[in-house]
Design a protein around this ligand. Sequence first.
Ligand code: 5GP
Length: 170
Amino acid sequence: MGDIKVLISKETLEERIKEMSEQIEKDYEGKDIVLIGILKGSVMFMTELAKNIKNDIALDFMDVSSYEGTESTGRIKINKDIRDSIEGKDVIIVEDIVDTGRTLTYLKEYLKQKKAKSVKIATMLSKPSRRVVEIDADYLGFEIEDKFVVGYGLDYNEKYRNLPYIGYIE
Ligand code: 5GP
């Protein structure tokens, strides 16, 4: 394992997350929001995002994993589902990074089926060059090139989640 190089500094990242919070606050004026964080990578982004939104917010979490293998459809397995009903609620899925897009495509559909009034996506990062399934985030922090990134919640074998910046492994 080589050194970690800084890709996005803590200051730049948190400045951008603040802007995202402000945008969400504007778009959801007078509405309650349910933030659904996708464990574990979204946790730091989610808390930072939530702290800067003044609406009434409920937090819930899901844990999902993708079945590895040759299957091109990329099935998703739910390890932990949301706890509370989202029927009639305005939901924002909070994700660390969109890569192939499979996870969010699946989750958006899944949460719509639970009769949410609306389902939007907020992601800290996106790697558009890796996309297999077309999906657009409603709120996007940064587009990055095809590098494996760690930090600010993102791990490499459970390590580096606590780095306060986004880095990549050289
Ligand atoms: P996808 O969009 O391919 O369905 O999957 C997105 C998930 O893959 C993310 O939530 C994250 O867990 C993982 N992932 C994708 N790219 C990276 C990366 O560069 N670094 C880390 N640590 N995880 C990644």
